[in-house]
Ligand binder design. Structure first.
Ligand code: SAH
Length: 395
């Protein structure tokens, strides 16, 4: 196995068991190594720190598979890691009455770059690192054994693949091709999911716990669900007893699925209105026309893709939150999210605070929200914690 030697002092993050080694931390590589191949890691004074997957293209040159330097990466190593991840999720799905959810969450499960989501009888995988790609055949064969399914589909079409020097791939890995819309149950709610063409692996699984938690603020309310995608928070609102829900998204395909999901859940369509529009301009129009809502949900797409985007992203969060604050009835609720990993909760809270100031409203946080439990955060990898939300009272 090829050994990479770190520059002096650059083993500190490995001592804290952080799984990433940046290319600038490497002093020497003692041989030729292929993209994704396993390398041994050691400090300049020869101490061994484990084994990882080498990436010749990414700034993250090595992703650590194991901090045990005696480990030789193998089928059974991957099997053990997958068993642990899947067992935890299977228990979670039984507890929540779900036949779908995240089964494997990459670094947070000790499997850098590997995402596995279950949608009923289908698994959807993303191989987002050179190491995950290198072991793909083994990973697929283990998944097939551990999780009975009729098909495994690959959605390796995330931007991070390009950084790893890997081609974009979207297609069947094993078994049957998924239908265009597959019906799943999540915490007792039903959804049609587009595995092949939807966002991420088809659905925002990370929000399901929050879709349940917000229900107590929606009974009898006039609700505005901004960035609805396929109607997750809209279905919550209607199930909770909202008197009327307006659901906004700029994507016609997503709204088509929202409509189907309303019917699937046997909801009263006279209480639902689906609007294709740009949230930013629509909120301005509503403000100018004096519209009011009891509860507004803001669940925008990622605004910050890197550290350089943080300032611009904060302005975006401030803008939509300011407009929303102006539209909320006295004592109403603002339910607001950021899924940008580079925007820390403190910063997001500040953006919402400035929004409240500009809107001239008194705003109190009554609950802090996070990604669902099937997207855990490993303490040695805080980067895995990206979704944050606030439930606020607006006066
Ligand atoms: N709330 C959703 C997830 C939202 S994902 C859920 O619970 O599943 C973000 C959504 O914002 C996407 O559906 C995307 O089409 C939509 N979107 C992005 N920019 C937009 C804009 N400017 N106006 C309206 N919708 C937008």
């Amino acid at each position: 196995m090829v050994t990479i030697t770190l520059k002096k002092g650059r083993e500190d993050s490995l001592i804290r068991r952080h799984p990433w080694i940046f290319s600038g931390a490497i002093a020497n590589i003692d041989g030729v190594v292929q993209n994704g191949e396993t390398v041994a890691i050691r400090s300049i004074d020869g101490a061994k720190y484990g084994v990882g997957a080498f990436s010749s293209h990414s700034q993250i040159a090595v992703r650590v598979w194991s901090f045990n330097s005696a480990e030789d990466l193998s089928h059974s190593f991957l099997q053990e890691r997958l068993i642990r991840a899947i067992q935890q999720r299977t228990e979670h799905q039984i507890r929540t009455g779900s036949n779908c959810g995240r089964m494997v969450y990459a670094e947070s499960d000790g499997l850098p770059g590997l995402i596995v989501d279950r949608y009923g009888n289908f698994l959807v995988c993303q191989f987002l690192s050179a190491g995950a790609e290198y072991w793909k055949t083994n990973l697929v064969s283990i998944l097939k054994e551990l999780l009975p399914c009729i098909g495994i589909y690959e959605r390796s079409d995330a931007k991070s693949r390009v950084k790893e020097g890997l081609p974009i791939r979207n297609g069947v890995l094993w078994g049957q091709t998924p239908p265009d819309h597959i019906e799943v149950t999540l915490y007792g709610d039903s959804y049609f999911v587009d595995i092949k063409g939807g966002h991420k692996t088809g659905f925002y699984l990370d929000q399901q716990e929050n879709r349940m938690r917000v229900r107590k603020y929606m009974d009898g309310a006039q609700v505005l669900d901004c960035f609805t995608y396929t109607g997750g928070f809209t279905i919550s609102a209607l199930k909770a007893g909202a008197t009327h829900v307006k659901s906004i998204d700029s994507s016609a395909a997503s709204l088509n699925l929202t409509q189907k999901n309303l019917v699937l859940n046997q909801l009263d369509l006279s209480r639902a209105e689906v609007v294709k529009d740009d949230v930013f301009s629509l909120l301005r129009n509503y403000r100018n026309s004096g519209y009011q809502f009891d509860t507004i949900v803001l669940d925008p797409p990622k605004f910050a893709f890197s550290r350089q985007d943080v300032e611009r992203a904060c302005r975006g969060y401030k803008d939509i939150n300011m407009l929303a604050c102006k539209l909320i009835t006295t004592g109403g609720n603002l339910i607001t999210f950021s899924c940008s990993q580079h925007i820390h909760i403190d910063l997001f809270q500040k953006a919402v605070a400035f929004a409240a100031l500009d809107a001239k409203r008194d705003v109190q946080i009554i609950e802090w929200l996070h990604q669902s439990p099937d997207h855990p955060t490993a303490l040695n990898f805080p980067e895995g914690n990206y979704l944050k939300g606030l439930i606020c009272k607006v006066w």
